[in-house]
Design a protein around this ligand. Structure first.
Ligand code: GAP
Length: 445
């Protein structure tokens, strides 16, 4: 399948089945901002729940946090975002469009007479590159003045650094330990795109691990391994995952070492998560800018130090897109194309469809009872409209791993058929066994 076609098909399926809609669509949409529909919100929630379980609940050395989006403006001076979170941009004086200075469509050198605007085609109308900060600004309080500027956070990490002592003092943790957080981040991206891959509002799943200097590279390696395993555990195809090491020219201002976990999307290999050794840059800067001591006192060794930080930073939206792209397939079945989202059962938004074969002979009543029983344990979907084959296809597109059908034999034998999404095979299972049948197949969820 052509690469662009696959993305177009995904966008269309996402809308048709209620995964993702364009924001404010009835007003023509808002650039690179997306809304999650009934299935999308379940899928993304499963991603976040799996991450939280692996990072917080399953470990003794990580605590959770939910810091506010708005923070003291000095935080962003200390973090380096006010001075350095910028992209060089050029404007066209003719058509007023704005581009990244490295936009491949620009011919010639911006600022020079030979440079040509990629939109209106005018020559010599592009300005010299100017630095543009990617943080969204707003005002706190009733007066819109310089002193009232606050930023929508461009990463969740800073909320963790400024709370590191609060968490340490209120929990039983000792270094090495971590703080995990899931939350919204905002970036005024100049070249967003590829659906929910790069957007202006997105969610991050970040964990900052505080370690003794000198042990940082060991922890960095451990975290690399654990994070790659997690992506495999949610069902991503291992051969489509790889590491990208940041070379010296690529390293962010805070990083001593950095690796990206990349996935092979239809539009190429792209980052889905970063693992960074941030050294003592962040705590050092916050100590300097706030004037508060942020050192850790190691009682056992009777020494003080500023912990180093190993960060793991993944995008919840990006992982959601990755799961959808990875799961999408088309098959020819009896001369018709079957579209399937082959999600791992644990990550699928709906675990089972429940259908009465026909709308008579007590089948709807039985199916309704099964549906309501299962609904107490899993997200399930009731469907009695149209031919059974069409109902299967709708569930295939939603990525639902099991379809339960109540038929003419159900009442007498208290059994139903369960049809498996991938193999399309059917087996008869007792009604009382359904909970265990589905539950055992979504373990890890
Ligand atoms: N605290 C470090 C940090 O924010 P980053 O590499 O800029 O590092 C980490 O971002 C992750 O956040 C990325 O791997 C990606 O999954 C997600 N992300 C970053 N910018 C994004 C955007 N504009 N849209 C969607 N996800 C984004």
């Amino acid at each position: 399948m052509a690469e662009n076609t696959l993305m177009e098909k995904l966008v269309s399926l996402a809308k048709r089945r209620g995964f993702v809609f364009q924001s404010s669509e009835i007003y023509g949409g808002l650039g690179s901002v997306w809304d999650y529909g009934p299935l999308g919100v379940e899928l993304k929630k499963n991603v976040k729940d799996r991450w939280w379980r692996a990072m917080v609940h399953a470990r003794d050395d990580i605590e959770g946090l939910d810091a506010a989006i708005l923070m003291h403006p000095r935080v962003w001076e200390a973090s380096g975002h006010v001075a350095g979170f910028t992209d060089p941009l050029v404007d066209c004086k003719q058509c007023k469009n704005r581009f990244r200075a490295d936009d491949k469509r620009i011919k010639g050198t911006p600022g020079q007479p030979d440079a040509q605007c990629p939109v209106c085609g005018s020559k010599g109308t592009l300005t010299e590159p100017r630095l543009f900060n990617l943080m969204f600004k707003t005002f706190m309080g009733p007066v819109e003045e310089q002193a009232a500027i606050v930023y929508l956070r461009p990463e969740t990490a800073q909320g963790i650094y400024v709370n590191y002592q609060n968490v340490l003092n209120s929990s039983r943790q000792r270094v090495p330990f971590g703080i995990a957080q899931i939350g919204k981040a905002f970036r005024n991206e100049i070249t967003p795109g590829n659906f929910i891959f790069r957007t202006r509002e997105f969610e991050q799943m970040e964990m900052q691990f505080f370690v003794k200097p000198g042990t940082d590279m060991e922890w960095f390696e451990r975290w690399r391994e654990w994070r790659m395993e997690w992506h495999k555990s949610i069902g991503l195809t291992p051969t489509k995952l790889r590491w990208h090491a940041h070379g010296p020219g690529e390293l962010a201002h805070y990083a001593k070492a950095a690796y990206d976990i990349e996935y092979e999307f239809p539009f190429g290999w792209q980052e889905i998560e970063g693992v960074h050794n941030r050294s003592d840059f962040d705590l050092g800067r916050h100590q300097e800018f706030s004037g508060k001591k942020l050192e850790y006192f190691d009682q056992a060794a009777n020494e003080r130090y500023l912990p180093y930080i190993v960060e793991t930073s993944a995008g919840a939206d990006r992982v959601t897109l990755t799961l959808m792209a990875d799961a999408y397939r088309e098959e020819s079945v009896e001369g018709e194309t079957r579209v399937v989202l082959g999600f791992d059962p644990g990550i699928a938004p709906i675990k089972a469809g429940v259908f009465p074969l026909v709308k008579k002979d007590g089948m709807p009543e039985l199916a309704d009872r099964i549906y309501h029983d299962l609904k107490k344990q899993f997200p399930v979907f009731y469907d009695d409209s149209g031919a059974i084959g069409r109902r299967y296809r709708r569930m295939d597109e939603a990525g639902t791993p099991f379809c339960i059908t109540v038929d003419g034999d159900t009442a007498a034998g208290q059994t139903v058929t369960i049809r498996a999404r991938d193999a399309m095979t059917q087996e008869r299972v007792g009604i009382t066994q359904l909970g265990e049948y589905i539950g055992s197949r979504i373990r890890g969820a």
